[in-house]
Design a protein around this ligand. Structure first.
Ligand SMILES: Cc1ncc(COP(=O)(O)O)c(C=O)c1O
Length: 417
């Protein structure tokens, strides 16, 4: 067996950017969630067991039988054309109408973020994100050494007046903001949705300051109540179509194992992104794309979305009810109309990282809030994913978390002040 080197012998050789590349707390915790005895509110794992595996088998067989040379061969760097047309149909259901040349298929939404960072960010460039925001996006942007300004959000999404102040500040100091990154629908991690009024306002100021929005929308179709809000991309297409780059993924609408995402942007940006794909993966998996094409060619994919919505809606309700029963008056939490996540705020003197150790000891996992900020905020917050566990487990898990919170409060109150 090879000898294990226990000190980092290669430290002097690594690139500077690796210093910014820290392991995602979510991924680390995913290894915990995989343990059967843990009630996991950590990873946003979709309920893939609700898919019809027999149908998938049929799609795989058909792909190999009728199009083996496409399924197993290298493909176009901008993605398998027939799948691009299907994805355009999927987006049209959310009101986004685009041409085939304005879309590129990527290896998951995560590669979409990496590619956009590669195309737009030079070391030391400024970008703006919601705070809190998706850890995977922060990691992708940090890997290209972006300087990140995190703007707070409330139940109506990012606070646009604060975005404007920040843009003005950068403008007055001759600094360009490369983009503003947002998850406007049922945000990861907060569950907040950006209001229509704020979408309009944001689009206006982005044009004024000559930058772009990256609208990341993995969860928009998973709405459990309330009325859909038009995407910012749709609003931009109806205007001059210069200010919004749109990302989505099949990870939550179909299955993350396929690793299929996509980017919609004006074709000049798509051309740059194609170069980015060619220098990283050449093309996304032809195999995955051909099977996904079969899946989205069968109209029953919409029934699967209905089934997903039914499952997650029930779980969201179970979590909201359990929080109400156990933590009312003690903590606060978001009430998402869709998506996978609830954002829990505990009293300011409780550090959710410390809470996690206790929780894991009692077989419950969640993600502490600090992982979703680039500036150390979020100590008194936690992301609770309701998508994975059954309603019974959600009830049990929230009860355990609330007991831990109550113990921490008791301890704090016992200190003389
Ligand atoms: C907001 C957001 N963007 C992107 C991704 C990455 O998605 P994918 O699994 O397609 O890489 C996720 C995954 O959870 C996400 O929540």
């Amino acid at each position: 067996m090879a000898k294990k080197v226990t000190f980092d012998y290669w430290k002097h050789l690594y690139s500077r950017r690796t210093r910014e590349m820290v392991s995602s707390e979510i991924r680390d915790l995913l290894s915990l969630s995989a343990r059967e005895d843990i009630i996991s509110f950590s990873g946003g794992l979709p309920e893939v067991r609700a898919l019809n595996y027999q149908k998938l088998e049929k799609y795989i067989k058909r792909s190999l039988k009728t199009d083996g040379d496409i399924t197993l061969q290298y493909g176009d760097s901008n993605g398998y054309y027939p799948l691009r047309t299907r994805l355009i149909e999927v987006m049209a259901l959310e009101g986004i109408k685009i041409d085939e040349e304005d879309i590129i298929i990527t290896t998951g939404g995560q590669q979409a973020l990496d590619l956009l960072a590669k195309v737009f960010i030079d070391s030391g460039d400024y970008i703006i994100t919601e705070a809190p925001t998706y850890t995977g996006a922060l990691n992708a942007f940090k890997a290209y050494e972006a300087k990140i300004a995190g703007i707070s959000s409330d139940k109506d999404g990012i606070i646009v007046s604060e975005v404007e102040k920040k843009l003005k500040y950068f403008y007055d100091n001759n600094k360009i903001v490369k983009f503003i990154y947002l998850v406007p629908n049922f945000s990861n991690p907060s569950g907040f949705t950006l209001s229509m009024a704020r979408r309009k306002e944001l689009l206006k100021i982005v044009k004024k300051y000559n930058t772009v929005i990256i609208e990341d929308n993995p969860y928009g179709m998973l709405r459990y109540e309330g009325r859909p809000v038009p995407s910012i991309k749709e609003m931009d297409i109806n205007g001059d179509n210069k200010s919004v780059i749109y990302i989505s993924t099949l990870s939550k609408l179909f299955a993350p194992g396929f690793r299929i995402g996509w980017i919609v942007a004006p074709h000049l940006i798509i051309e740059k992104l194609i170069l980015g794909v060619q220098s990283s993966v050449l093309c996304s998996s032809s195999f995955s794309q051909r099977i996904a094409y079969e899946y989205f060619s069968d109209p029953s994919w919409k029934d699967n979305i209905t089934e997903f919505i039914k499952i997650y809606h029930k779980r969201r309700n179970a979590m909201l009810q359990a929080l109400e029963e156990n933590l009312s008056g003690i903590a606060t939490w978001s009430k998402p109309e869709g998506g996978f996540f609830i954002w829990l705020k505990v009293p300011h003197y409780i550090n959710t990282r410390d809470m996690l150790a206790d929780a894991v000891g009692r077989k419950v996992a969640f993600v502490p809030g600090t992982g979703f900020y680039s500036d150390g905020r979020g100590k008194d917050a936690a992301r609770l994913a309701f998508c994975t566990e059954t309603s019974e487990n959600i009830k049990k898990g929230i009860k355990i978390l609330s007991e831990i919170i109550k113990e921490k409060i008791k301890l704090y109150e016992s200190f003389p002040r």
